[in-house]
Design a protein around this ligand. Structure first.
Ligand code: HEM
Length: 414
């Protein structure tokens, strides 16, 4: 195999790089020449005490790693591939308590409980409320646009529905929602200096959110209601969550379900505005395949990681026990071995075996159906209420190590 010719110091988890672009040409080279490639990192810059990780870029290999938790642990170093360099080991250890960062059998126990809240019926029950919300969000964006019809799509449209969906799912009363939204927003974006959110402010917001959720859990234990919280926490010890576990679960939802869906919506809008034929097609026919293609195109989570539990191999490459392995969903979702013309935004793409929600296996995104529903509802509302949007400026990207984030997307309505 020829060697990859990558820019000096190339690292697909470098927040400075991701603040400008997703490295698609480099991923293409790696898939062809070194699909499991050792990326050296200066000691300490990631929060982990090692010298780098294996970058896995092919669709088949990302699936392989995801579906073999006995070989590749989510717990040893968590699933987050890069923390802020100032993070303390104790803070990383706290992250290991959330389900995303657990291994079987602990993960299996918690997942079996919480997935009761995500049944098709539970998601269907949210649909009417979310449809009304989506329409109200689009109408409000039109009403509050500036005199020239322009507004920021991210803050006016993309942010709101994912937060409302989580609040709706766990039954947070309307009067408390602004506090929940404020905590959720503070917990993310700590890698971007523009937000000036320190790790302490983020950690404080996380503690407040956990505290709120634990109080909610305690109240439902005392007095169960016909809602998901009661279902998850009632009768602790009989296959239910403790109040602490419920608090951590709400924290995970606020992180996992919030910014991911927001960015899918923002990238989706940008894709439509730069591919007007697809927007016309969507407005006319509303293909049911649209939301999946938006997630493939956006791939909001660029990568997660695993840690090898023993000496093993991936696609013939030897991996040592303890090595970190980065699984690059953004690369897998553009693998021409699997997708015809992956660089084409095609809302009728079918089949679409993208890995935007993970590569299968025990951690596959719990909120996938909810996310697809939200994306579908918001674009239907936009097509009805804001069909004439045009692009005012290029998106401003978030500085982050593993998120494909957009912080501003200026658009105009006629
Ligand atoms: C477009 C939006 C979304 C994307 C791209 C996305 C992506 C992902 C990915 C890549 C994983 C990890 C899979 C793995 O490690 O194998 C994941 C896990 C998870 N997601 Fe999502 N997600 C989205 C929306 C949501 C929503 C709306 C929720 C809930 C409200 C949610 C809840 C979760 C949870 C709880 C996990 C952890 C599952 C586990 O560890 O067992 N996600 N998601």
């Amino acid at each position: 195999m020829p060697c990859p010719h990558l820019p000096e110091g190339f690292d697909a988890t470098d927040p400075d790089l991701l603040s400008t672009r997703i490295p698609f040409p480099e991923f293409a080279q790696l898939r062809q020449t070194a699909p499991v490639w050792w990326c050296s990192q200066p000691a300490g810059i990631t929060g982990f005490q090692d010298e780098g990780y294996w970058a896995v870029t092919r669709h088949a290999d990302v699936k392989y790693v995801s579906t073999h938790p006995e070989l590749f642990s989510s717990n040893l170093n968590t699933a987050v591939i890069r923390f802020n360099e100032s993070i303390a080991q104790e803070q990383i250890d706290v992250q290991k308590l959330i389900m995303l960062n657990m291994d079987p059998p602990e993960h299996t126990r918690v997942r079996q409980i919480v997935q009761r809240g995500f049944t098709p019926r539970a998601i269907r029950n949210l649909e009417t409320a979310l449809r009304d919300r989506a329409r109200a969000i689009a109408e409000e964006a039109r009403r509050s646009a500036g005199p020239d019809g322009s507004f920021d799509f991210v803050t006016q449209v993309a942010v709101e529905l994912p937060l409302q969906a989580i609040a709706e799912l766990i039954g947070v009363p309307q009067e408390d929602r602004s506090r929940i939204f404020d905590w959720s927003n503070k917990m993310i974006a700590y890698d971007d200096p523009e937000y000036a959110i320190t790790e302490e402010v983020g950690a404080e917001a996380a503690m407040e959110l956990i505290g709120y959720a634990m109080t909610m859990a305690a109240a439902r234990k005392e007095c169960p209601a016909a809602d998901i919280v009661s279902q998850l926490v009632a009768a602790e010890g009989q296959g239910n969550l403790s109040s602490d576990e419920f608090g951590l679960f709400v924290l995970l939802l606020a992180v996992a379900g919030n910014e991911t869906t927001r960015n899918a919506i923002s990238h989706g809008m940008h894709a439509f505005l730069t591919h007007p034929d697809q927007w016309e097609l969507f407005k006319r026919e509303r293909p049911a395949t649209t939301a999946e293609e938006i997630v493939r195109w956006a791939t909001p989570v660029v990568s997660f990681q695993r840690t090898a539990t023993q000496d093993t191999e991936i696609g013939g490459q030897k991996i040592r026990a303890g090595d970190r392995v980065g699984i690059f969903y953004s690369s897998a979702n553009n693998d021409p071995e699997v997708f015809t013309d992956p660089e084409r935004f095609d809302i009728t793409r079918d089949p679409n075996p993208h890995l935007g929600f993970g590569g299968g296996g025990p951690h596959f995104c719990l909120g996938k159906s909810l996310a697809i529903k939200e994306i579908d509802l918001i674009f239907n509302a936009i097509a009805d209420v804001l069909p004439d949007l045009t692009l005012v400026g290029e998106p401003r990207r978030l500085r982050a190590a593993w998120l494909n984030g957009v912080k501003e997307l200026r658009v105009r309505t006629a």
